[in-house]
Design a protein around this ligand. Structure first.
Ligand SMILES: [Zn+2]
Length: 312
């Protein structure tokens, strides 16, 4: 790509999962650095700002505060992370993740993250240039976390878990086989209403000859993610995406180790490495240069650089 100027560029970071608590481990034993993750975010923002006017915006793929954050400190912790993001000389497009929802209900979280909403849902879209459209999906639209306990979407999610996961602890994949391992309480699904909206956006983008980048906290392709981290109805989402030719890349977080795949229709799936799991002094963030025929992720340190060339 030497000599060729990108159409635009944007910053990326995922799973900061900050909390003012001592370091710990995931249930699989992977070390987590709850306080250091704030430093990773600070270095990300400094790096993005050092690019001058190059970056048009930044995307945060979700989970800014960890579920272990003491409840009385949740609001303070979310505000602290948001204020770090606000030091970026540009707009930040946020996604909500399960950890955000363990801390605050949607009605408090969405205004803090300036996520546009009509009914508490957190999906939206924007177009940074006439050639490109970004679709941000709400992976916890159907979820047992984040909505009031008696909300129809909570009840719908509990029904899914009841049918698909026989364990008492609905966060346990014990006994679940293959792709069925995704039916866990810390994951969620996309409602029929949101699927319909996605279909309309992709139709419109096709009509306008726009290329689309889909962003979702939850991964949408088994090739790029652990089965236990997938969106419940990733298959329904991909069925819609595959009806059109406009979606070129899907970005996700949630599955901290990161991943990259190209699916059967040539769509790239890039799951980003978590800021939370960077040992002190190391980093996981980056920025993406967008061209008419590819996205080039330039990753820092533990975030792998990835060139995603589109199917012609
Ligand atoms: Zn998550």
């Amino acid at each position: 790509m030497q000599g060729k100027q990108p159409l635009f560029s944007f910053g990326v970071i995922s799973d900061v999962q900050y909390a003012d608590i001592p370091d710990g481990r995931s249930y699989l034993g992977v070390p987590r650095y709850y306080r250091h993750s704030m430093l990773v975010l600070q270095r990300a923002v400094t790096n993005w700002n050092n690019q001058g006017t190059k970056l048009k915006f930044a995307v945060n793929l979700g989970d800014i505060v960890d579920g272990y954050c003491p409840k009385e400190d949740s609001l303070n912790a979310v505000e602290k992370v948001v204020s770090e993001f606000e030091k970026f000389n540009g707009c930040v497009h946020h996604m909500i993740g399960n950890h955000c929802l363990y801390n605050l209900p949607r009605k408090d979280l969405l205004p803090l993250l300036k996520i546009p909403t009509m009914d508490g849902s957190a999906y939206y879209e924007f177009s940074p240039t006439p050639e490109y459209r970004f679709v941000v999906l709400d992976g916890y639209d159907i979820s047992a976390i984040g909505w009031p306990h008696d909300h129809p979407k909570t009840l719908q999610a509990l029904k899914v878990l009841q049918e698909k996961n026989p364990n008492t602890d609905k966060n346990s994949p014990s006994g679940l086989v293959g792709l069925e391992r995704r039916f866990l309480k810390f994951n969620g699904g996309i409602s029929q209403g949101q699927l319909k909206w996605l279909d309309e956006i992709l139709q419109d983008a096709t009509h306008k000859k726009q290329k689309v980048v889909v962003c979702c906290h939850l991964p949408l392709d088994p090739g790029a993610s652990s089965k236990t981290a997938l969106c419940w109805n990733y298959d329904e989402v991909m069925e819609i995406i595959h009806r059109y030719d406009c979606v070129k890349v899907c970005l996700a977080g949630h599955d901290h180790k990161g991943g990259h795949s190209i699916d059967s229709h040539g769509v790239h799936h890039r799951v980003l490495e978590a800021a939370l799991e960077c040992p002190p002094g190391s980093d996981a963030f980056g920025y993406v240069d967008v061209y008419d025929d590819r996205l080039c992720l330039l990753g820092m340190d533990r975030m792998c650089s990835t060139e995603m060339v589109f199917n012609s």
